[in-house]
Design a protein around this ligand. Structure first.
Ligand code: PLP
Length: 470
């Protein structure tokens, strides 16, 4: 082996060691935070569920993302990492990411409002959604927010708006390279019949896209998002390669560098089986550089839209075990975390298994032999189970069960089954042992708010008002 390759291997080994170290420290921080949450009364008999966010961990992931792309792009390349707000739609999280150099990818008026409330500037915001109304498009163009048109009808709406008034918005079209799906059908955005973008391999579609650019000098971006959890990196890279090839073709036919920025979407999968972060942003960047070298040579600005991979590992739902019972010989821990915070896991447990950690009533990690048990939620249907037949230290009444890796698409995505309240969410920072500071990210929903949101102010609407107006 040459010295150079040996050096590279040694550097990789060193990077892997550093990563394992970071993961061990992160798990220790989580344990500290659970204990402190119990000690400080964020969690207890009257507050039986909370969401916790590891601020240092979020910063680490943001830095890892920036560094990974800095390592593969030509100096001076413009790169905007836009966090997919849907993964964790919490204003303080968006502000933290903004401070870490990460913008926002929004897909609804609500998400746009959240990112604006967080102070993310228009030029660091991207709007893609499959069903933008004329009003949304008008607002985005007035603000100068980047928009990726999903389909020909949407492009017509953009045409009309551009004819009315010029806009500073960078504009592009979303294409679906149709490279195929991954292991989770519902998250596979690049199947032949996906609802997203212009289906590039359909008859006439490629030519339509090229003409759309040639006819509109203001179309300067091209967007694809080839999938999410369950998609292999090589397939994601294939989607990016197809998008790059299309940009090259457009520019060739335009005789100028009309497409100046490629938005390569998000979708890096997350490992839900251990504390290890795998794959890493660095690995994905290397796979991309090998598959699409031209992407990084400085001719194109880049936009990325990672969601899950930035936040998943940094969130934990901690729920009190209200009762511990046994049924048919199987121990069942009835906790306060179920379908309302882990909707995907409860409805499709095969696709979305979660690790569960056991803590005692003081918030210390539980020791003891593994016992096969079910971890159930509080909702009134039999399938409300976080884990089935899981071997772990026996959960007893007054203990806590923690659902790990739930920082993205979990506790921030409340599902109001049984009118269960949205839990409070707290960010934590640890100093030394026993030194944990919490900050409120989102207050727990109150019962009064539940009544209001359930039409409490219109209590008589169906018995009185409906007759008056009819
Ligand atoms: C959901 C989504 C993302 C983020 O996907 P992750 O799997 O969370 O990284 C990015 N871009 C678009 C257009 C999306 O719909």
């Amino acid at each position: 082996m040459s010295g150079g390759l040996g050096g590279t291997a040694a550097r990789r080994d060193e990077a892997v060691r550093a990563a394992r170290q970071e993961e061990t420290v992160r798990a220790a921080r989580r344990d500290e935070a659970v204990r402190a949450a119990v000690e400080q009364g964020l969690l207890g008999p009257d507050v039986p569920i909370v969401g916790l966010l590891d601020v240092a961990g979020i910063r680490e992931s943001a830095a890892a993302l920036r560094t990974a792309f800095e390592a593969v792009t030509a100096p001076g390349t413009s790169v905007l990492h836009a966090f997919a707000v849907k993964a964790t739609p919490l204003v303080p999280v968006l502000r933290l990411l903004h401070q870490e150099g990460i913008g926002a990818e929004v897909a609804s008026p609500g998400e746009l409002a959240l990112s604006r409330a967080a102070g993310v500037p228009s030029e660091r915001t991207v709007l893609d959604s499959p069903a933008k109304t004329p009003g949304e498009l008008r607002e985005a163009l007035a603000l100068g927010i980047a928009v990726n048109a999903d389909n020909p009808q949407e492009l017509e709406r953009v045409d009309a708006l551009m004819a009315e008034r010029a806009s500073a918005s960078p504009l592009g079209i979303r294409v679906n390279p149709q490279v195929g799906g991954g292991s989770i059908e519902a998250l596979s955005t690049a199947t032949a019949t996906s609802k997203f973008g212009v289906a590039l391999r359909d008859e006439g579609a490629r030519e339509w896209v090229v003409r759309a650019y040639l006819d509109r000098p203001w179309l300067t971006r091209l967007h694809a998002h080839t999938g999410s959890q369950g998609i292999p990196l090589t397939l994601m890279a294939e989607g990016v390669a197809a998008t790059y090839a299309l940009a090259e073709e457009i520019n060739e036919r335009a005789g100028r560098r009309q497409v100046d920025t490629l938005d390569i979407g998000g979708g890096l999968p997350v490992n839900f089986t251990s504390d290890e972060t795998t794959p890493t942003y660095a690995e994905y960047a290397r796979v991309l550089r090998e598959a699409v070298p031209g992407l990084f040579d400085g001719r194109y600005g880049l936009v990325t839209e990672f969601g899950r991979s930035l936040l998943a590992k940094h969130g934990t739902v901690v729920a009190r075990v209200e009762y511990a019972k046994s049924a048919g010989g199987r121990p069942v821990a009835v906790t306060h975390a179920g379908v309302q915070v882990a909707t995907r896991t409860v409805y499709t447990p095969g696709a979305w298994p979660l690790r569960i950690s056991a803590y005692d009533g003081k918030g210390s990690p539980k020791e003891g032999p593994d016992v096969v048990q079910d971890v159930a939620g509080p909702a009134c249907f039999a399938g409300d189970l976080l884990a089935v037949g899981r071997a772990m230290p026996l959960l007893e009444q007054g203990d806590y069960a923690a659902a790990l890796d739930t920082g993205a698409y979990y506790f921030a995505h409340h599902y109001a089954y049984n009118s269960l309240a949205r839990p409070g969410v707290y960010g934590f920072l640890t100093g030394g042992p026993g030194d944990v500071a919490f900050a409120t990210v989102r207050e727990a929903q109150t019962v009064g708010e539940i009544v209001t949101e359930a039409g409490g102010e219109h209590a008589a609407a169906l018995t009185e008002a409906v007759r008056r107006s009819g």
